[in-house]
Design a protein around this ligand. Structure first.
Ligand SMILES: C[S@@+](CC[C@H](N)C(=O)[O-])C[C@H]1O[C@@H](n2cnc3c(N)ncnc32)[C@H](O)[C@@H]1O
Length: 274
């Protein structure tokens, strides 16, 4: 089944449906990825070939399948304290900009929860100095990663890869099977929801976020989708709030929405009012 070919036409039919549902855009050079990742669905659903999958996805209400296809196609790569600097400088940002405040934080494309947990740890570390309280809303289009995030269970390798030993001791508990969970004092402040940021938030309650993490998500979108998402994110951010992007991302072309503010080795983006 893995050896099945995907004709160019079928690739475009499936690709367009994925784009419509999720905003994720695959160029034809990603044909191998689509073939590899969706071949399991063809097998599990007893479909004859990729054409049959395209037919199915083009039908009116492929909801159950939609989740399977989106889960198969999303890149959920993440780590604790990814690129480390934003998390360390988050403490300075909060001390300077939000002392004593109750913060609403959004992590868009939070994958299996390593980003929200890292944010919560960074804020606990500065809490005694900044006197803040906070709520973190972790959202992702992929229902499978949100289910995993809610379980709060991480493999030992994931912990060893990104969490400094002192934080491991202080903020995680090791479970009998050897994996780890974030302690209650970290996890309590995080809520997870399945959300498609391209279509706007439905369940993630707050209207005005103070800090929005949107890291390593925009790279999967076309420029038009990126623009729409940035406009929308801007609209749900509070006055004086900040956006934090991934290491390879920037707001080039969106200077009317955000202004760069440099904190040590990190660039944070302050919301501008129009
Ligand atoms: C590469 S991971 C980044 C994870 C984390 N933000 C980090 O930087 O480590 C990208 C995540 O974005 C999610 N994603 C992709 N399209 C999305 C959409 N339209 N709405 C919400 N999440 C989306 C994917 O499911 C995936 O978990």
């Amino acid at each position: 089944m893995n050896d099945q070919t995907v004709t160019e036409l079928t690739f475009y039919r499936i690709r367009d449906r994925i784009h419509e549902i999720s905003g994720i855009f695959l160029g034809y050079e990603k044909e191998y990825l689509l073939r590899q990742r969706l071949s399991g669905i063809i097998r599990d659903k007893n479909l004859e070939n990729f054409e049959a999958l395209a037919d199915y996805l083009e039908k009116n209400n492929p909801n159950g399948w939609k989740n399977d296809v989106i889960s198969a196609i999303t890149v959920n790569e993440t780590s604790f304290f990814r690129d480390s600097h934003p998390f360390m400088n988050l403490q300075k940002l909060v001390q300077n900009e939000f002392p004593g405040r109750a913060l609403r934080i959004l992590s868009i494309g939070c994958a299996n929860g390593q980003e929200p947990v890292s944010i919560s740890i960074a804020l606990q570390e500065c809490n005694t100095n900044c006197g803040i309280s906070y709520r973190i809303y972790g959202v992702d289009i992929d229902i499978k990663v949100i289910e995993a995030a809610r379980k709060n269970i991480y493999r030992k390798e994931e912990i060893l890869r990104g969490v400094p030993p002192s934080f491991r001791e202080k903020y995680f508990v090791q479970n009998p099977g050897g994996d780890y969970s974030a302690s209650d004092g970290i996890f309590y402040w995080i809520q997870y929801h399945t959300e498609n940021i391209v279509h706007g938030l439905e369940h993630s309650i707050e209207k005005e976020y103070d800090i929005v993490f949107l890291r390593n998500v925009l790279i999967y979108f076309k420029p038009e989708t990126r623009e729409r998402v940035l406009q929308y994110v801007h609209s749900i951010m509070a006055k004086g709030s900040f956006l934090i992007l991934g290491a390879s991302e920037n707001i080039f072309g969106y200077n009317h929405l955000f202004a760069s503010v440099i904190y040590d080795k990190s660039i944070f983006y302050r919301k501008l009012y129009e």
